[in-house]
Design a protein around this ligand. Structure first.
Ligand code: SF4
Length: 236
C-alpha cells in the first residue's frame, strides 16, 4: 500500500504538486513569501511500500472507516486554508510541549499483529498523565468520541509496565481564547483497534471500501461525492 502524494489546491482551483505550489503566484497572493514556504515545508514526504501495512491510530478511531480507506487510497488534496489551520494547530502543539523533554512528548507507540501494525505518537506523557491536545475553533461541551478513543488507544498501546504507572488520561481542547481539559476513563481498547484495523486491512486487500458510517460529519467529508456516488446539497 503506497499512499498517494499530497496535492495542493490553489485558489484558482488548480491542483499543484508541492513544488508547483511553491512557485505559483496565485498561492503566494493568498499566503505571501515566508508563510507559503512555512506551510509547504516538510510536506513532500513519500511513504515507502512496507512488508505489511502500518495503520495510524487516527485512521482507526475516526468516525468512519470508509473515510480512512479513502484517505489511504485516494489522491490527497489539501487546500491552502486547511493547511493554514493544520499548521496553526501544530504551532500551538509545539508551544505547549516545548518545555517537556524528548522522552515526554511525541512518544512513538507500536503494536504488531500478524497482518498489520498499529502505530501512533502520543502527544505527551507528563507526571504519569497521558495528554492528547486538540486545537479547535469551538471547545465542545464534552470530548468527541474519536478524541476519547484516540487518547484511550495511546494508553492501550503502551507496554504493560508503563500502563500500570499511568494515573490518568486527559484530552485538552485548545482554542485561541481558552484551554479546557477533560478527564478520560482509563480503558484498554486493543481489541477494538485490532478489529478496526482488520476491517481496513481486508478492505484494502480486496480494494473494497468498508461500510459507510453515516453521521452528521459526512457533511464535512472530503470523499462525500465518491462515497455516495453523487453530489447532494446539504441543508444547514
Ligand atoms: S461521506 Fe460519510 S459515510 Fe462516506 S466516507 Fe465520508 S464520513 Fe464515511
Amino acid at each position: 500500500m503506497v499512499q498517494q502524494p499530497l496535492k495542493i489546491k490553489c485558489p484558482t482551483g488548480k491542483l499543484h504538486t508541492i513544488e508547483e505550489a511553491r512557485l505559483c503566484p496565485s498561492c503566494a497572493e493568498l499566503f505571501p513569501g515566508p508563510i507559503i514556504q512555512a506551510l509547504l515545508a516538510d510536506r513532500a514526504r513519500v511513504s515507502r511500500p512496507k512488508e505489511k501495512p502500518a495503520f495510524g491510530i487516527g485512521n482507526l478511531v475516526s468516525n468512519c472507516l470508509r473515510q480512512s480507506f479513502y484517505k489511504l487510497t485516494e489522491e490527497q488534496i489539501l487546500d491552502l486554508d486547511k493547511l493554514w489551520i493544520f499548521s496553526r494547530g501544530h504551532a500551538i502543539h509545539q508551544f505547549i510541549t516545548h518545555t517537556l523533554t524528548d522522552e515526554e512528548k511525541e512518544i512513538f507507540v507500536k503494536k504488531e499483529f500478524p497482518n498489520f501494525d498499529i502505530i501512533g505518537f502520543v502527544d505527551a506523557i507528563h507526571d504519569n498523565v497521558i495528554y492528547e491536545f486538540k486545537t479547535t475553533a469551538n471547545i465542545p461541551d464534552e470530548p468527541q468520541t474519536s478524541h476519547l478513543l484516540q487518547a484511550q488507544a495511546y494508553f492501550s498501546m503502551l507496554p504493560k509496565e508503563k500502563q500500570n504507572l499511568i494515573t490518568s488520561i486527559k484530552v485538552i481542547y485548545l482554542s485561541l481564547q481558552k484551554v479546557k481539559p477533560y478527564e478520560i476513563p482509563k480503558r484498554d481498547i486493543t481489541a477494538y483497534l485490532e478489529s478496526r484495523a482488520m476491517q481496513l486491512f481486508l478492505g484494502l486487500k480486496k480494494t473494497l471500501p468498508p461500510e459507510k458510517e453515516v453521521s452528521w460529519l459526512c457533511k464535512y467529508c472530503d470523499f462525500y461525492s465518491k462515497c455516495f456516488d453523487k453530489k447532494v446539497d446539504f441543508i444547514d
